[in-house]
Write a protein that binds this ligand. Sequence first.
Ligand code: HEC
Length: 95
Amino acid sequence: MRLLMVLASCLLLAACNGVAEDASGAEIFEHSCASCHSQDASGGVGPPLNAGSNASEQPDSFLTETITRGRGSMPAFDFTEEQLQRLVEHLRSLP
Ligand code: HEC
């Protein structure tokens, strides 16, 4: 059912990112980011994103540009505006 909804949102919104359209910021992070930045965002293949990291001190535009355009070996992601907003809010709330 979830897969069907994702497929439907791919068709309707051209936002085929494998994440449910109404996924929370934490769910999006877990699904798309944790494999490289680790579950608690303390860093892995990618740099840390949690409180005190370089990323946490950058403006929202730095985060959204990194996510939508990619950076270095990090791939670009095709999230809806709302998903992006929830994801950035989640990054800002990381301890
Ligand atoms: C395939 C591994 C991979 C995935 C998946 C990934 N990243 Fe990254 N990310 C990286 C790498 C590697 C860098 C460092 C890029 C560079 O500066 O060359 C990076 C850099 C970043 C930066 C900039 C950090 C800084 O201090 O310069 C942010 C912000 C970021 N990632 C957020 C995310 C978010 C949010 C997601 C999930 C939507 C995500 N990343 C998914 C590998 C990944």
